[in-house]
Design a protein around this ligand. Structure first.
Ligand SMILES: C[S@@+](CC[C@H](N)C(=O)[O-])C[C@H]1O[C@@H](n2cnc3c(N)ncnc32)[C@H](O)[C@@H]1O
Length: 268
């Protein structure tokens, strides 16, 4: 998702998840004054500012990073807190630039970002590199059995769409997300690894508002010629209507989607 405006529509669903998860797990972390904290994949910075910032210990500094220059430009434009700094960073890049020193951060968070990563090992190795000794991570990301991802994946099997989209990747690939992530965290050197799957639900007042979300998050449409983008989304909508984990209330038209997330915690 590269458009800050579109992300504002999708954001409220993520915010609910992150608030719940921080409420549940922040007490399992060791907090002290004057910490350096990093939020990876901050997007429009809403969760950084309104969820992470309020729980910062005294004299702490929050760095928020995103691969998208548009997101970081948006964050800087609407910046409201002096103790937050925004940076452009691709967390899966093989060589971090010299601006990013090892063992800088006491805590690293990442919410609804790491499912976009293709090189998970590199991303986790970079996170490990940036973390101080005994520093902690709390990561939240979706699994590849997400109904929206699967619907698009279904369309990509159709030659008509495949010829435009065969090189566009989205979501890490595994049938067992929990073991996949645990193994990578262990391999790059994390300790005290705890990964939990959770089933989440999100609600939309109509099919149209649900499809607005789909339009906002899907990375495929912009790779198609303009004149066939609407047809692609129409076909995605038809596939989504058949999906077991998306339910429509026949009386009100409200839509409920069920999806899985993983919460990963560990220390260095
Ligand atoms: C769905 S948004 C989540 C934003 C915010 N964390 C939240 O929970 O609302 C995902 C963000 O991850 C960013 N992202 C994707 N790949 C990334 C990467 N390799 N490195 C850093 N950020 C990345 C995207 O640009 C996008 O802004």
């Amino acid at each position: 998702m590269e458009d800050p405006q579109l992300m504002m529509n999708w954001n409220y669903m993520q915010k609910k998840d992150v608030i719940e998860i921080l409420e549940e797990y922040k007490h399992h972390m060791d907090w002290k004054d004057g910490e350096q904290i990093l939020d990876i994949g901050c997007g429009i910075g809403d969760i950084t500012t309104s969820v992470l910032y309020p729980i910062l210990p005294m004299n702490s500094v929050l760095a928020a990073a995103d691969v998208s220059p548009d997101m970081i430009q948006f964050c800087n434009k609407y910046k409201m807190r002096e103790r937050i700094r925004y940076y452009i960073l691709d967390i899966q890049q093989p060589q971090l630039s010299t601006d990013w020193e090892s063992e800088t951060f006491d805590k690293i968070f990442s919410f609804s970002c790491l499912h976009w990563i293709h090189d998970y090992s590199q991303a986790m190795a970079n996170i490990h590199y940036l973390l101080k000794h005994t520093g902690e991570i709390l990561l939240l990301f979706l699994t590849p059995d997400n109904p929206i991802y699967l619907a698009f994946h279904h369309l990509l099997m159709i030659p008509k769409w495949k010829r435009f989209l065969k090189n566009v990747t989205w979501f890490y690939q595994t049938d067992d997300a929990l073991t996949f992530v645990e193994n990578i965290l262990r391999r790059v050197g994390f300790q005290g690894i705890r990964c939990f799957p959770k089933i989440k639900r999100s609600d939309y007042h109509s099919w149209e508002s649900f499809m607005e979300l789909v339009r906002a998050i899907n990375p495929y449409t912009r790779h198609l010629p303009d004149e066939i983008q609407a047809e692609f989304l129409y076909e995605a909508s038809e596939v989504l209507k058949q999906t077991l984990h998306i339910m429509v209330d026949q009386d009100t038209g409200a839509v409920m989607m069920e999806y899985n997330v993983i919460i990963a915690m560990a220390f260095k």
